[in-house]
Design a protein around this ligand. Structure first.
Ligand SMILES: NC(=O)c1ccc[n+]([C@@H]2O[C@H](COP(=O)([O-])OP(=O)(O)OC[C@H]3O[C@@H](n4cnc5c(N)ncnc54)[C@H](OP(=O)(O)O)[C@@H]3O)[C@@H](O)[C@H]2O)c1
Length: 258
């Protein structure tokens, strides 16, 4: 008969998103004493969020390193809840779980809303997005993250409003810009105010499935949206919501583990 500790299963959440946070919180409430959760973050932010369970920060050293980590730490399951544009870690997770024989679920959020009447311009990548800005866009909102800004550096005549989760630690590669910091608000009113206050005429986003409030505000104000197409989802089993991911865990705990 297995001891109670042996029945406790171990889950690694690959995170860095709101869904990953909600999943760690949901799992702590749903499976107390049955599941140990470790959340893994890349370490891009200066202060990691406070999450239930253990948090580890930093890369694993590629797919091989992740496979080793999964085996050494005796994980039973992995949920890849990383951002839809974080392609490298998702590919590594798929390979590592196969190597280590650990079950994996991808938590992949639904695509962005595209309200009727919205001016939506699809781009292959950020360089392409910089070429597709409608003329005469002169005041452009960039919601593409710190590492996405380089692609716009040659547009010296354009003024940019840049939204970042936290203040940059050095100068940005843009000649004319203003930075606002913080997580995107959920309310369309706040997004409308931001776009109006700064007289924005176009915005660039990653089509990641979040930020529906800013898309709705853009539609309301007639602001053009240049959206970088999202990469294909990782292979294998996927859930679209945190509740579905919790049900996937429950099914595995019910089987007495994997
Ligand atoms: N890309 C975006 O637009 C975006 C937006 C919001 C949040 N995020 C979050 O920010 C993180 C980094 O994104 P990215 O696009 O730079 O990733 P990426 O290009 O897919 O990954 C680059 C490397 O960073 C490490 N890494 C990434 N996510 C990790 C995690 N959750 N835990 C441990 N190591 C991780 C891995 O290093 P090793 O190879 O050494 O293991 C990976 O090879 C992701 O966790 C993602 O969820 C990304």
């Amino acid at each position: 008969m297995p001891s109670p500790e042996n029945r406790v299963r171990r889950l690694l959440i690959l995170g860095g998103t709101g869904e990953a946070r909600a999943l760690a919180e949901g799992a702590a409430v749903a499976f107390p004493g049955r599941l140990e959760v470790v959340s893994s973050l890349a370490g891009r932010l200066s202060r990691p969020p406070v999450l239930p369970g253990r948090v580890r920060v930093g890369g694993f050293g590629g797919a091989r390193g992740l496979a080793r980590y999964l085996a050494d730490e005796r994980f039973h399951m992995v949920i890849d809840a990383t951002h839809p544009f974080a392609r490298v870690i998702s590919a590594n997770a798929a390979q590592a779980c196969m190597e280590a024989g650990v079950e994996r679920l991808a938590l992949v959020r639904a695509a962005s809303l595209r309200p009727k009447g919205l001016r939506w311009i699809e781009a292959r990548d950020l360089d392409h997005a910089s070429l597709l800005l409608p003329t005469p866009a002169r005041r452009v909102f960039l919601a593409v993250g710190r590492r996405g800004l380089e692609a716009f550096s040659r547009l010296e005549d354009v003024w940019f409003l840049v939204r970042l989760v936290e203040a940059p630690d050095g100068p940005l590669p843009l000649r004319r810009c203003t930075v606002v910091t913080g997580r995107p608000p959920d309310s369309q009113e706040e997004e409308r105010k931001l776009l109006t206050d700064h007289a924005i005429d176009a915005m660039v986003i990653k089509d990641s499935g979040s930020g529906d409030a800013k898309i709705a505000a853009a539609q309301e104000l007639g602001v053009a949206v240049v959206a970088v197409r999202r990469p294909p989802p990782p292979p294998g089993e996927a859930a679209a919501t945190v509740d579905e991911a919790l049900a996937w865990i429950e099914a595995r705990l019910g089987q007495g583990g994997t």
